[in-house]
Design a protein around this ligand. Structure first.
Ligand code: FAS
Ligand code: PHB
Length: 390
């Protein structure tokens, strides 16, 4: 087979750039390791920056997102049995975020791909990238026992943290930066009315908690847990009791509990791989970077990668201008590192660190006191949370 751009990975990053390029007549083939059902069974992000939402609209995939998503103009920080509201709209000059689950966004992208008869090959195995430094790279993979080959101009590695693309960059070229946090997030999804119309990020001596939502009848909650915990250690009852302990009493009293329809523990890490280009391979999304979900930057970090890569490929195919492709890695990494900083800052501000000294604890409390007392600090939080400009 031959195509212009071969995309590895059928998550939001791969699907979004496939859709954008396809709409401009650029041929793409997308390879996905799992079935669509499996990809859609994963519960992940919930908050979209306005830049990501704009890209979904440009990809002609924003209609359900705009109909069913909820515009949020602020969120709460819970601490010392009280709530303080961060006014994103006021402090970001009128911007907001859209609460719309990654699962639904990915579903919309798959359905758009199908409507346009875009090629998606599921259940691929043994994907390998070849001749990346040549003008005609190719990808081989097996499906149903047969080995196939795709010749292309470019490969987009959108295959997530555990994918094959990043690992195809030679070790003497690739530089990886990583920070592992000494805790994870235990998350549940429940068909209950959310306890708050806006998100609540809770700082508590027992550990961090987050009250989020997917709709007015679907709640998403998280609590910080030690890395040694397993999801089997947590009954629903134990989860609800611990969540309530970490929230202000006025919130805990209003909590509507119910059976979990999904429950999982995600470890927290910060990770960046450099460069994000090797020859004619371009990394995008989790294939190149991971953040702790505290700042809701995970999926949103992929947005600027996709934006830059899409415009760079458009310039190449429409005008023979390769400046965007040549500048992609440096430009993408500049914004990625700002998302890394914000995610690290929010995580450090709100979580309980087992090895923190008394000085560390006082500094953490002072950081929160400064945020709550300074409009300048709240403007900084707001501009990062709604999404820095591309
Ligand atoms: P993805 O990992 O979503 O997609 C990569 C795709 O590539 C997958 O479908 C995979 O099957 C496929 N693939 C892998 N190897 C392949 C191969 N060799 N060949 C073909 N296909 C291959 N972000 C937030 O903002 N908020 C959150 O609350 C949040 N929670 C998260 C919880 C978990 C457990 C995880 C893992 C991530 C979470 N994230 C969250 C971050 C998450 O939303 C990612 O940022 C987002 O999925 C990134 O999308 P992709 O870059 O498309 O990567
Ligand atoms: C979620 O709804 O899953 C969510 C929201 C905000 C975050 C992290 C996760 O910071």
């Amino acid at each position: 087979m031959k195509t212009q751009v071969c995309i590895i990975g059928g998550g939001p990053s791969g699907l979004l750039i496939a859709q954008l390029l396809h709409l401009k007549g650029i041929e793409t083939i997308l390879l996905e390791k799992h079935t669509r059902e499996y990809v859609l069974s994963r519960i992940r992000a919930g908050v979209l920056e306005h830049g990501f939402a704009a890209l979904m609209r440009e990809a002609q995939c924003g209609e359900r997102m705009d109909r069913e998503g909820e515009i949020h103009e602020g969120f709460f920080i819970a601490h010392d049995d009280r709530l303080d509201r961060m006014d994103l709209h006021k402090h970001s000059g009128g911007n907001s975020v859209l609460v719309y689950g990654q699962t639904e966004l990915t579903r919309d992208l798959y359905e758009a791909r199908e409507r346009l008869h875009g090629a998606v090959i599921h259940n691929v195995e043994d994907v390998r990238l070849h001749d990346l430094e040549s003008a005609s790279p190719h990808v081989t993979y097996s499906v149903g026992g047969a080995t196939e080959r795709i010749d292309c101009d470019y490969v987009v590695g959108a295959d997530g943290f555990h994918g094959v693309s990043r690992k195809s960059i030679p070790a003497d070229v690739l530089k990886e930066h990583e920070k592992i946090y000494p805790f994870g997030w235990l998350g549940i999804l429940s068909r209950t009315k959310p306890v708050s119309p806006e998100l609540i990020y809770a700082k508590h001596e027992r550990g961090f908690a987050l009250c989020s939502l997917r709709s007015q009848v679907l709640s998403r909650y998280y609590i910080q847990v030690p890395l040694s915990d397993a999801v089997e250690d947590w009954s629903d009852e134990a989860f609800w009791a611990e969540l309530k302990r970490r929230l202000p009493s006025q919130v805990a009293q209003q909590m509507i509990t119910g059976p979990s329809i999904e429950k999982s523990i995600a470890p927290l890490r910060s990770f960046v791989a450099e460069p994000m280009r090797y020859g004619n391979l371009f990394l995008a999304g989790d294939a190149a970077h991971i953040v702790p979900p505290t700042g809701a930057r995970g999926l949103n970090s992929a947005a600027s990668d996709i934006y830059y890569l899409y415009h760079a490929m458009l310039a190449h195919y429409q005008r023979g201008d390769d400046s965007g492709l040549n500048g992609y890695s440096a430009k993408a990494l500049k914004r990625i590192w700002k998302a890394q900083r914000f995610s690290w800052w929010m995580t450090t501000l709100l979580h309980t660190f087992p090895d923190n000294s008394s000085y560390d604890k006082r500094l953490q409390q002072t950081e929160l006191d400064y945020l709550l007392s300074s409009e300048a600090a709240q403007r900084s939080l707001a501009e990062n949370y709604v999404g820095l400009p591309f």
